[in-house]
Design a protein. Sequence first.
Lengths: 388, 283
Amino acid sequence: MKAARISAGVGALLCVLGFLLWWGPDHVGYKIALLGLQTAWHASAGLAWAGVGALLMVFGALPCLAGVAIIRGLHDGRLGRAASWGAGLIAWFGLFALFEPREELGYGIGLLLTLLGAALAGPTSIYVWVRSRAARDRAVASAKAASGTLLVVESLDVHYGAVHALKGISLEVQQGEIVTLLGGNGAGKTTTLRALSGLVTPSGGRVLLEGREIATRTGALPPDQIVRLGVSHAPEGRGIFANLTVRENLDLGAYQRRDRAAIARDLEHALTLFPRLRERLRQRAGTLSGGEQQMLAIARAMLARPRLLLLDEPSLCLAPTITQVIFQIIRDINKEGTTILLVEQNAHQALKVAHKGYVLETGEIVMHDDAKVLAASDEVRKAYLGVG
Amino acid sequence: MSALLEVAPMSLSFGGLKAVCDFSLELAKGELVGLIGPNGAGKTTIFNLLTGVYTPDVGSVTLAGKLLNHPERGLRPFEIAAAGMARTFQNIRLFADLSVLDNVRIATHLRARSTFWGALLKTTAARKEESRQRSHAMELLDIFGLAGRADEVARFLPYGDQRRLEIARALATDPKVLLLDEPAAGMNPQEKIALKGLIQLVRERFGLTVLLIEHDMGLVMDICERIVVIDHGVVIARGKPSEIQVDAKVIEAYLGAAPDAAGEAGAGEAGAGEAATDSGAKA
Ligand SMILES: Nc1ncnc2c1ncn2[C@@H]1O[C@H](COP(=O)(O)OP(=O)(O)OP(=O)(O)O)[C@@H](O)[C@H]1O
Ligand SMILES: Nc1ncnc2c1ncn2[C@@H]1O[C@H](COP(=O)(O)OP(=O)(O)O)[C@@H](O)[C@H]1O
Ligand SMILES: [Mg+2]
Ligand SMILES: [Mg+2]
């Protein structure tokens, strides 16, 4: 995308240069007026551009370049705009070439540069257009999915060598839900989350995010792409970068985001929730206390602004009061629209905040139901709530 | 003095941060004492001071009359371990790529009676020693329900099993004092109940004195005979579990009657903390 942007820019620049050369040093006022006109068009709606393109074609201006102007009319984006600047200028050139052909010095060079610019700007804007259409399709698909199922796990198997850690588990997470995964030590909870974020490849079954396959037995999307699709994982053992500062760790949480203002707001929010982190922004993360590191891991996962947040034992090593804060945060970010899959040993609290829960035993789902129903079930109370 | 472990008021700063401030402690043989406090209060730092990872700015640690840590005359960590101080780590630090059994066996070497030449030449004595170590290691793994996983690579164990392995490894050094840093983290209530039994079992069987850091109040209040509470590096309370549970300062700084009390508490309590230290020392 960056290369496309540069090439569109260079194309436009060449076009301007060619245009000026062809017109010679006089007529400066006229040229400025033309550029002004161009800008005015530019600022107007996409439809106007489509009109210009059509008009230019009628006048016999280089038809393919006029086509680009039409593209600009169809697609409204920063890159398309840069490309269309180049294309538009070329079109102007074509138009005036029609009325006032000149044979002086500069004509050849001007034409050459203009064509070169066209060659760069044209394909680039087409590329940009195709890309943006794909992005729009995806956005439409996700908007459709927004009303329904976010995550589907279909008879997922995971092997570690000879160890069969997940034995065909299936589960579903709806948009906007908090789902908790309960189970004893070694049941496969961590493995499930690792499979969802691309850290292990399943040996069978598949994982669908909004209908799109992100992991099958033939391979999983790499973790960074899954992050880009909106899945953020706060792993067991935290996975913070010990040699970076607290601030740098937090910045990494938001690395795939571009909305600077919103990032700053979210950072401020996270630091208000965890005042200790604000005091320690410049401390090396590895020297934080265990609980402070846990706060950092959660804050970092929040900064990714995921659509699906995977939390592996967020209350680990946290003092009772901070544990309360964590569960409140889980509720809050869920209210703001984040879907959460929560692995938690504090089954009491987990079942209180969750909408529904799955119980995992040695790699198999043995129960799933509404959180309230699970919390009342004798088996769950005995095995995971330490009651009776 | 009948105390097994004595800590003379000890302090440590990191740059401008007073992580531990005038911390004193006496443990009688066989006691099980809890060390609690908010995140970042200085609990793990105290363990690091007891085991020689850090040298105190002032103060000292004495175990059974032997000086272990001191601003000038401290022993090195492995010497302190050999003197009978063992610990587990809050951020698990197993030998990740070794087998479960080897993790424990390495620790038993601290007490090995074999010599370098003996081990090299595989003398009968050395071989006997090795098989003794091996069976001791297996016995420990068995206590913690890990015997069946003895040959697995430690890093691949589920988190809760790694915690238990940490305790088994600490016990393999045959310690007098066992320092447990959040042993129950990552266990569900059922597993915590089992752990509680295990701690009491090994304590009796190996005649241990235990200092326990833990955020699970159910566990702490249940098995500790005494509790020391610190906040911002300062002791704010000492006493029996029943006293600690109703202590206003502890509730405000740590237990949290009302949520959100954690953040601001403690800053103005240095004076009160010292008073508590004094009364604790007299008692
Ligand atoms: N090497 C270090 N350099 C700078 N600061 C440190 C270092 N080690 C610890 N700290 C700070 O000292 C304070 C005490 O840390 P410590 O690890 O002892 O806390 P803790 O009581 O064990 O907390 P938790 O319950 O979260 O584990 C923390 O604020 C921590 O950030
Ligand atoms: N990298 C690995 N290699 C081999 N076995 C593993 C690995 N990771 C996990 N396991 C095994 O898979 C099972 C499930 O582990 P895990 O998902 O960590 O459980 P949980 O998070 O529910 O405690 C356990 O038996 C564990 O030993
Ligand atoms: Mg786990
Ligand atoms: Mg700690």
